[in-house]
Design a binder for this molecule. Structure first.
Ligand code: G3P
Length: 220
């Protein structure tokens, strides 16, 4: 499973890419708004220049024509741009138009297998089921991820599943078990993924034991 960062914060992205484990980024209008007053295009282009893989950027229009023209414009911003289109009826049509033009679409705000089926048939390169938001309303977000993965595998479709709206490390391991191709995680969750108290205790114990040996031998 690949790990993308779900953020528009360039410092966090630089850190994640520097770790060598972040191969893509997903943004949305809410994440961009958290970065304060920004030149949207410049911010996205900066992110694209730092990240080795796909960078998803969302359209704001809601009708087919507006979504398609926004997406065509956004697609020119960088080679690794992926345009996020919502899983509405208009979004299905916009995805079909854009996919035929070779523009990569991330079919977002996906909450059901039926939405994912239509997104995949429309030619979306990625589908993003929002796990945390489904859990929030008492549904099983990860079950939807697993269903979509199974459907894509069964029909040997090339669309990739991005487990999105990830809230904690448990979501990441469940996404991996469900066979998600990608999990897009907030920066804090990325940091939490590596943490385990036994690792910290182990590192400290090895260091202490080694210091004892060096002291005994008179080498420090
Ligand atoms: O990847 C989608 C994500 O940004 C939404 O997350 O936590 O607002 O549901 P959240």
């Amino acid at each position: 499973m690949k790990i993308f960062l779900d953020t528009a914060n360039i410092e966090h992205i630089r850190h994640g890419v520097g770790l060598g484990v972040i191969t893509g980024v997903t943004t949305n209008p809410s994440l961009v708004s958290r970065e304060g007053k920004v030149d949207y295009r410049k911010l996205v282009q900066d992110i694209c220049s730092v990240v080795p893989g796909p960078v998803s950027t969302e359209v704001l229009g809601q009708d087919v024509q507006t979504m398609v023209s926004e997406a065509r414009e956004i697609a020119k911003w960088a080679e690794n741009i992926v345009v996020k289109i919502p899983a509405s009826l208009e979004g299905v049509e916009a995805t079909s138009v854009l996919a035929r033009e070779g523009i990569q679409v991330n079919f977002t705000l996906c909450f059901t297998l039926n939405q994912a089926v239509l997104g995949a048939q429309a030619g979306a390169a990625f589908i993003s089921p929002f796990v945390g938001r489904l859990d929030d309303v008492g549904e099983d977000g990860m079950e939807v991820v697993a269903d979509i993965v199974e459907y894509l595998d069964y029909y040997q479709l090339r669309t990739q599943v991005i487990a999105a709206s990830i809230r904690h490390p448990q979501h990441c391991l469940m996404a991996a078990r469900a066979g998600a191709h990608i999990a897009t995680v907030p920066y804090q969750v990325l940091l939490q993924m590596i943490r385990h108290p036994l690792t910290d205790i182990g590192i400290e114990r090895f260091r202490d034991d080694w210091t004892k040996v060096m002291t005994r031998e008179g080498l420090v």
